[in-house]
Every structure is written in structure tokens, then in C-alpha cells.
Design a binder for this molecule. Sequence first.
Ligand code: ZN
Length: 317
Amino acid sequence: MSEKWLIGVDLGGTTIKMAFVSIYGEIIDKWEIDTNRTEQGKHIVTDIAKAIDRKLEEHGQTKDKVLGIGMGAPGPVNGETGLVYEAVNVGWKNYPLKNLLEIETSLPVVVDNDANMAAIGEMWKGAGDGAKNLICVTLGTGVGGGIIANGQIVHGTNGAGGEIGHMTSIPEGGAPCNCGKTGCLETIASATGIVRIAKERLRDKDAKSMLSGSVTAKDVFDAAKANDPLALEIVDFVTFHLGVALANAANVVNPEKIVIGGGVSKAGSLLTDHVKKYFQRFAFPRVAEGASIVIATLGNDAGVIGGAWLAKQAFLQ
Ligand SMILES: [Zn+2]
């Protein structure tokens, strides 16, 4: 039994990340294929099944080697039935992903939301370090969120539990969010949000800054490290709202770890030091005492490792 492999699959809008993972969470092999978004994403499941067959053959293995597949999809998911309610990026609506992937691969499949899978991955093998109560937030193009309470993913009624990115930061007059609301945390703390804020502030003729019109989120943090006054102001604004949102979320679940991942987290201690300051201010004192804020360590592997963990939980006898 210890010889068996797990397969983690992490579906994104441009690439599908896949890995063979041991039951101890070690990556045996990992690879990527392009996401075929044509015809409402109807080719994706077949592409995944073919890629798995090809890779098993490369390793001289058959499906007998595989215990099961854990797959993450970019949208709300029913964790039990494996129905993807909606994944706008790939064109799916009420898509029975688990059933279809089981038919195509003849392997057992468990499906979850991609941000939840990243949170599970960090819990198992990353910065979460086995913490059973954990909040994971991914600051990328958007803001993904996953909450683990008592070792279980918080799915909620509609599969939309843990959507930290859509907590309201600016109740009135905030920027429009992809979800249809305005003023969500995602409009501020995502890479996209940081760039929008920087461009707005740069329009002020009196703004003194080394930043220019073609600014990126990384530029903002780099300039802040060089003590650029406008960049420091933006970092303070972004981390204030992130600190408030994480404190509010933490007050609900009392986590041991708060893991910050995604491209923006590469800013490292400049980000976490500011977030910690505001987190301490807005978290309930006992909650603040119990929680440590850390940067994710698994990078792009968090999703496939989380998927492997889900498959292990579901299918290892
Ligand atoms: Zn939103």
C-alpha cells in the first residue's frame, strides 16, 4: 500500500498543474499542460486523462499504481458531489467534474475549490506545519481564501465558504470587483488592486515618487523598500485593509496559522510586518495571541499537494 501514488491536479485559467505524489506528500513528478478553454472547457477533462496516461507510461506504471485523484477547480464546488457550480475562467457552469473525470480515467476522484486545496497543501506540507485551524489567503491576480477549522475545509452551503477576498473593505464607493460587488478586499490587496491604487495616486500631480505609469505590484513593494514615500503610503493602505480583514476572519475561527501566499507574498517581511501590526490592533486579544502570520512555502505546488492530501483522506483504506 505504501507504494501507491496520489495524483494532484490544479486547474487554472491558463495552465493545468499535475503531480504524482507519494502518500507521504512527496512530489514524485510534476508537470503542466495548457488549459483548453474552447467550447466551454469541454476538452479539459479528456486532456487531463490523456496527460495522466502518458505520464504513467513514461514511468513504466499503470493505473493500478494510483490510489486516486484530488483536483482543484477555480470556483465554488460541492465537495461531496464534485459538482463545480461555476468556474468562469474555464467556462463551466453546474459541471459534474468528479463524475466526468472518473469516467475518463477509471480512477476515484475528489474535487474541491482551488484556494481550499492550496490551504490544505500548506497545512500538510507547507507553512501551516500541521495546524488544524488555519486561514490561507492567496494574493495574486485576485485574492483567494481557504479556511481549515478542526482539520476540515469550511465549504459552506453553496461551496463558497472561506471567500476572504470578497469580505467588504470599503463599504461605500469602493472599486468594482469581479464578483459583482464593490469594495471587496480583492480590489485592494490583489496585484491588480495594488496597481489600480498606485495608478490612481500617481495621477495626483503633487505625488512624489520613483514609480511611473507602467507600475506593477512588485514595483510598489520594491520602491517601498527604498523608502519611496508614495509607495510606503500604498503599502500601508493595502496592509491596513488586509490586516483588518484577516483579524475579522481570525476572530471567527481562532486559527493557529495565517498563511499568506501568491505573487504579492514575495514582498516577504515588508508585507508581513505591516500586516502583523494591523492584525494585532484589530484581532480579539486571545485570537491575536494564538495566531502566527507566515508566508506560504509551497508556491505553485500547494494546489497539487493539497489535492493529493484530499485523495489520500478519501481513498486510503
Ligand atoms: Zn468581490
